[in-house]
Design a protein around this ligand. Structure first.
Ligand code: A2P
Ligand code: MG
Ligand code: MG
Ligand code: MG
Length: 404
């Protein structure tokens, strides 16, 4: 009653009274204490969550997310350098899972929970400790715990006592949240592009934050991505310096710095308007995306350059700084996209001026739980080129369907 009365006094016009009550309650208890400055607080609560997001600051969350991803990247680099066949376990779904996947998830989860104390810490992450708790995984678990402790200790500012095996398992299992459209949820892929990681190629540590179902910040650590922008080329010479950290916060643009801590620079997507001058990214793995379909679309667009095939969300990072103009992803029938495979990449590209949509032209909806459940495929490019790309994609999909 009191909330309804105060709502009326504040002069807000909302359509549904129940939504209004929930919204105000959530706004004042969750957002209001975090507003950038009291001077930006109008007496009227914002009329929609977009406005709420636009006056919010996620600076502390972003700083912590950058630190967590940088440390996780340090752990992954160490493992990749010493990669042995015995680091690869077989999970029941047969996808390769490494010591680094678990270690990275434990480090990120531990740092977020410790440095951003909140009553409702929620993390949607790819891995869980199921296999690690088995008798035969004892040795692997001990290796992970050792790696996690070494990594946390390598950061001078971490004043933590050693984590036990059980602490590590608990940190990994914090990632079991279902996400959704209410409140805040961290979204983590501890190693995106496991296949690339195992090959010694591109991979990413991808961390996003959802607020009321929208991605409001994203961090992409890409330990093997060259720092130098190289339009259309991500294959690098051995002497090139590698290790990029991309980050974006809603409404403030996308920035990149080196993983070892250089000054951030603002990045923007390519401004290429002519499809035939565009270059495009796609999965390295043909099992992850239909290369024949993308080649059909590229032909329709008269794209001259061959596809640039790299693993992981490093593609979103590379696209955000204009290394290429288009990213297309068409998984095989039946594959369900997960939110942790796109949340960070999506905001990194959109804040750099790009557009991310499904093949029907709809934006990705991160508010429905762990899966995206979208219309066939994901396409990414700059705003000018999107209508042309969408048309070519839809025509090609129709032609493909009619030829079956
Ligand atoms: N069969 C599949 N089809 C599409 N994507 C997949 C498949 N199996 C795993 N993935 C996920 O696709 C992403 C990598 O895509 P790509 O590198 O081709 O862009 C990763 O998130 C990877 O998971 P993971 O995070 O376990 O590596
Ligand atoms: Mg995986
Ligand atoms: Mg992934
Ligand atoms: Mg992964």
């Amino acid at each position: 009653m009191a909330i309804i009365l105060s709502t009326a006094l504040l002069g807000c016009i909302y359509v549904h009274p129940l939504t209004r009550i929930l919204y105000l309650d959530h706004y004042y208890y969750t957002y209001a204490p975090k507003l950038k400055s009291i001077s930006s607080l109008s007496l009227k609560p914002p009329r929609n969550s977009v406005r709420a997001a636009s006056i919010m600051s996620y600076d502390k969350e972003l700083a912590t997310a950058k630190k967590a991803c940088s440390l996780a990247a340090r752990l992954c680099q160490k493992v990749q350098r010493a990669l042995l066949q015995s680091d690869v376990q077989s999970k029941s779904d047969k996808s390769p899972v490494t010591v680094a996947d678990y270690g990275s998830q434990a480090v990120v989860s531990f740092i977020l929970e410790k440095e951003l104390p909140s009553r409702s810490f929620s993390l949607v992450a790819e891995e869980d400790s199921g296999d690690l708790r088995k008798e035969e995984s004892q040795e692997t678990l001990q290796r992970i715990t050792k790696l996690v402790n070494e990594t946390l200790a390598s950061d001078g500012t971490e004043n933590v006592s050693l984590l036990s095996d059980e602490d590590v398992l608990t940190a990994i299992d914090s990632g079991k949240s279902e996400g959704g459209s209410f409140g805040q949820h961290w979204v983590l892929d501890p190693i995106d592009g496991t296949k690339g990681f195992l090959r010694g190629d591109q991979y990413a540590i991808a961390l996003g934050l959802l607020d009321e179902g929208k991605v409001v910040l994203g961090v992409l650590a890409c330990p093997n991505l060259p720092l130098q922008t190289s339009a259309g080329h991500v294959q690098h010479n051995v002497q090139d310096k590698v290790g990029c950290l991309f980050f974006a916060q809603v409404g403030t643009g996308t920035y990149m710095q080196s993983l070892d801590g250089s000054q951030p620079t603002k990045v923007d997507v390519s401004s290429t308007e002519n499809a035939e001058d565009a270059s495009f990214f796609e999965s390295f793995e043909a099992a992850h995306s239909l290369h024949d379909l993308t080649s059909m679309i590229a032909k329709k667009l008269s794209i001259k350059a061959p596809p640039v095939r790299i693993d992981s969300q490093a593609k979103y990072g590379a696209l955000s700084r204009g290394d290429g103009t288009i990213y297309m992803r068409f998984p095989h029938r039946g594959y369900r996209e997960k939110i942790w495979d796109h949340a960070a990449g999506c905001i990194v590209v959109t804040e750099a001026g790009g557009v991310v949509s499904d093949a029907a032209g709809n934006p990705l909806d991160f508010s429905r739980g762990r899966y995206l459940d979208l219309d066939t495929g994901i396409i990414v490019t700059n705003q000018k080129l999107m209508p042309t790309l969408l048309k070519a994609v839809q025509e090609s999909l129709k032609e493909k369907a009619s030829s079956l």
